[in-house]
Ligand binder design. Structure first.
Ligand SMILES: [Zn+2]
Length: 152
């Protein structure tokens, strides 16, 4: 039953993320239009910076939307051919339409840039922790040697 399908809930969450971003993009387009017009009307106005910030935001949001679309596909057991864009079953090694080879990563869950950034932060934190552990084990070794000297 679709109603109790946990995947349906995950997909609808992704869809909501897409909808939110779509409406933000629409809002930014409107604002850019107004900023540009104000600049056109009054030569003393320079809105370049405000316009650029919004353009950058639109690019970022569009990329995030693409990421969420791929995640929805994944939940449906599908992946997109990087060559022709055709939707293929996750387990396919080659695109059934154009024959392009899929890499191994293609059957894994796609990650958004935000998730990748979070992972990078976690990895960096782990690396720092490991270094700290190494440093503390080195530090605890040093006094042990001194104790030996005392014994001699
Ligand atoms: Zn293809």
């Amino acid at each position: 039953m679709a109603l109790f399908d946990p995947k349906a809930k995950v997909i609808s969450n992704y869809q909501r993320s897409i909808d939110e971003r779509t409406s933000s993009i629409r809002k930014y387009y409107d604002e850019i239009g107004k900023l540009y017009y104000d600049q056109y009307k009054d030569m003393n106005v320079d809105n370049t910076k405000d316009i650029n910030t919004r353009c950058e935001a639109i690019t970022r949001l569009s990329n995030e939307i693409e990421d969420y679309k791929l995640k929805i596909l994944f939940e449906r057991g599908l992946k997109k051919c990087p060559n022709c864009g055709t939707e293929n079953s996750l387990e396919y090694g080659f695109c059934f339409k154009c024959g392009s080879k899929f890499d191994e990563e293609s059957s894994k869950e796609p990650k958004t840039d935000f998730e990748k950034a979070e992972e990078a932060v976690e990895e960096a934190a782990e690396a720092v922790e490991e270094k700290a552990e190494e440093a503390s084990s080195e530090a605890s070794e040093a006094p042990a040697e001194e104790e030996k000297k005392d014994e001699e």
